[in-house]
Design a binder for this molecule. Structure first.
Ligand code: SF4
Ligand code: SF4
Length: 130
């Protein structure tokens, strides 16, 4: 029986050494965050000086993810209900219907998406006031 040395087979594992010189394809998440796409649907924000407490957002939400909560923060003088929306991120599917029907466009989805918590109560989210 004649033996044949497979040079290619011996050297091919060495090509992995070339990967050491390459830039990584991953990012150091969460210290480095990937830029979001234009129109990305992240966390809700609600500009309280514009929100009129109409509850349109609550009415349209098919997942019942919005509760209107009494606020002690500074709110719009036209907000007769004195209530603002709170989002349940255990139910929300980020469809953005709530922002579509918001008359003063105070409710928006911004680019922030990093949400890590050990507490289930944190899933009830008061949109940031901006
Ligand atoms: S994004 Fe959709 S599911 Fe989430 S709170 Fe708004 S309407 Fe409801
Ligand atoms: S966020 Fe918009 S739709 Fe919801 S209560 Fe305020 S004004 Fe109305």
């Amino acid at each position: 029986m004649k033996w044949k040395v497979d040079i290619g087979g011996i050297l091919s594992p060495m090509t992995i050494l070339g990967a050491v010189m390459q830039k990584p394809n991953t990012i150091a998440y969460p210290d480095v965050q990937k830029a979001t796409a234009v129109g990305y649907r992240g966390f809700h924000t609600n500009l309280l000086t514009d929100c009129i407490g109409c509850a349109n957002c609550q009415d349209v939400c098919m997942n019942n993810a919005i509760d209107m909560i009494k606020t002690d923060k500074e709110y719009n003088a036209k907000n007769n209900s004195q209530c603002i929306p709170r989002i349940d991120y255990g139910r929300c599917c980020w469809c953005s219907l709530c922002t579509d029907v918001c008359p003063p466009s105070s409710l928006k989805l911004d680019e922030e998406y990093l949400g890590i918590t050990k507490h289930a109560s944190d899933m009830l989210y008061m949109p940031k006031n901006r």
